[in-house]
Write a protein that binds this ligand. Structure first.
Ligand code: AMP
Ligand code: ZN
Length: 477
């Protein structure tokens, strides 16, 4: 197994042939969510891309060690090491403890994860469960002379001591140094230096703080990811992923501190997912979807409008992962229609057994591979699937077998039995649940109302709420 897989590597700025360091095993670290709010569909787009990457690697025969972290402390509202911890901001917004906030939004995130059919990582890991490892990493950096203390503020990484700092992101360090200094932490040796450890404010007791050799406080966001990646995957990863917004600061800093601590290349490949943008229309202000703006679309809100999670997954597949994707409800509707059309063709194949043994089948598999091994060209892969299904020379049993293999990559549940959206009556037991939910909504018992919605969804019934009550339709996902 050594497919000619080309992946665009942010570090080299070109497509490189991918092979892992250890034959057959891929070590992959993906930056996870900061759990101070619901994930929006922009965040989820990045995790769908990472899931596709993992599925393509597994399709190619690799075993993927896939680590995803949960950032539950230390991600400040400003990348300049000033501002508030986002977790504290979430706790204040909701009048809850930071721990409750972290717990609630981690569960919500993992629920979205499952709904989208994302494969479970080999390891979920929380920043707050790995404080000792982070302290060890900072100590190692200090021992090697890369760290310094700013009294009353924190422990900082001296970026001038890492030759080539910023090359990864093509930063113009001199220009940055000469630029405005407003908002820069006093005492930083270089404008790009970043906090490894922040001291708790003397007068305020933080809900999340730990003792350290330098004083009570909490870790910086970047050191969390380095420490967890090194702990679970070793000194050199094969692939590190995240959204494109992480290149300039977060990943640049992860590279600096990891490589200075270990003396090894931190990750051989860096893959970044493009932004999901909000379309500039009256409904949503336009620009990059972000949690901090407070205005964002969640997966849940797409379900409330009658979409299924796999409609969103399909939408993600239609754009190359490195390109921007402009989100609009019309776009999601088109994705839903396309997925339904595809399912109309594939559902009748469910239950047919076969092996894709003929030369024609091999040719289709090659075309599929050409697409997915070319830096995950999934829209091309979808086109191949559609063409394959039309091939009159290919026996139905082989179409079924190929669809099953391809769907391991696409994750669209293509062989689920079809369920037409025909507005038929609900079975009596589901109808009574439906009625009970309407009553629960009238009573503002949203907990019960959500429970019933999930129950109905598990039976393939998607609810569409309206001020007057609501309707339902059968899910396609
Ligand atoms: P966060 O929870 O803010 O740390 O972000 C989680 C992941 O979502 C990171 O990999 C981000 O790079 C990514 N991300 C944030 N906003 C967007 C967006 N609008 N489109 C795509 N990915 C995003
Ligand atoms: Zn990270």
């Amino acid at each position: 197994m050594n497919p000619d897989m080309q992946l665009y590597n942010t570090a080299s700025r070109r497509k490189d042939k991918f092979t892992p360091l250890t034959p057959g095993i891929v070590r992959m670290y993906c930056c996870g969510p900061t759990v101070y709010h619901f994930a929006h569909i922009g965040n989820l787009r990045t995790y769908v891309f990472e899931d596709m990457l993992r599925r393509v690697l597994e399709y190619a025969g690799y075993t993927v060690q896939h680590v995803v972290n949960i950032t539950d402390v230390g991600h400040l509202t400003s990348d300049a090491d000033t501002g508030e911890d986002k977790m504290e901001k979430g706790a204040r917004r909701e009048g809850k403890s930071v721990w409750d906030i972290a717990d609630f939004y981690t569960r919500a995130f993992q629920k979205d994860w499952d709904r989208l059919g994302l494969l479970q990582p080999s390891q979920w890991t929380k920043a707050t469960d790995n404080i000792a490892e982070q302290i060890d990493l900072i100590r190692a950096l200090e021992d090697k002379g890369f760290a310094y203390v700013i009294a009353g503020d924190g422990v900082y990484f001296d970026t001038a001591r890492f030759p080539g700092y910023g090359e990864f992101a093509g930063l113009d360090i001199e220009g940055m140094q000469a630029g405005a200094r407003i908002g820069v932490v006093a005492g930083k040796r270089n404008i790009t230096d970043f906090a490894l450890w922040k001291f708790s404010p003397g007068d305020v007791q933080r809900a999340m703080e730990w003792e350290s050799p330098w004083g009570k406080g909490f870790p910086g966001w970047h050191v969390e990811c380095s420490a967890m990646a090194l702990k679970y995957l070793g000194e050199t990863l094969d692939i590190h992923c995240g959204g494109v917004d992480h290149i300039r600061v977060h990943h640049t800093n992860e590279i600096a501190q990891s490589q200075c601590a270990t003396g090894k290349i931190f990750s051989r490949f860096w893959l970044h997912g493009g932004w999901l943008l909000q379309k500039s229309d009256e409904e949503n202000g336009g620009g990059k979807m972000s949690k901090s703006s407070g205005e964002f679309i969640t997966l849940e809100s797409t379900l409330d409008r009658g979409f299924s999670p796999l409609d969103f997954r399909y939408l993600c597949l239609t754009a190359h992962y490195r390109n921007y994707l402009n989100f609009s409800w019309e776009g999601l509707t088109t994705a839903r229609d396309s997925l339904r059309n595809l399912r109309k063709k594939t559902a009748p194949l469910s239950g047919l057994a076969g092996t894709p043994a003929s030369e024609t089948a091999h040719a289709w598999e090659e075309r599929f591979q050409e697409a997915v091994y070319d830096d995950l060209n999934l829209s091309q892969a979808l086109a191949v699937v559609n063409l394959m299904l039309k091939d009159a020379d290919l026996p139905e049993s082989e179409k079924a077998a190929l669809t099953s293999r391809f769907d391991k990559v696409l994750g669209l549940d293509l062989l689920a039995p079809s369920q037409a959206s025909d507005g038929a009556a609900l079975p009596a037991d589901l109808q009574s649940l439906f009625d009970e939910r309407l009553q629960a909504r009238r009573d503002k018992n949203y907990k019960r109302s959500d429970e019933i919605r999930d129950l109905l969804r598990a039976h393939g019934i998607i609810l569409k709420d309206s001020p007057e009550g609501g309707t339902w339709e059968k899910a396609t996902g």
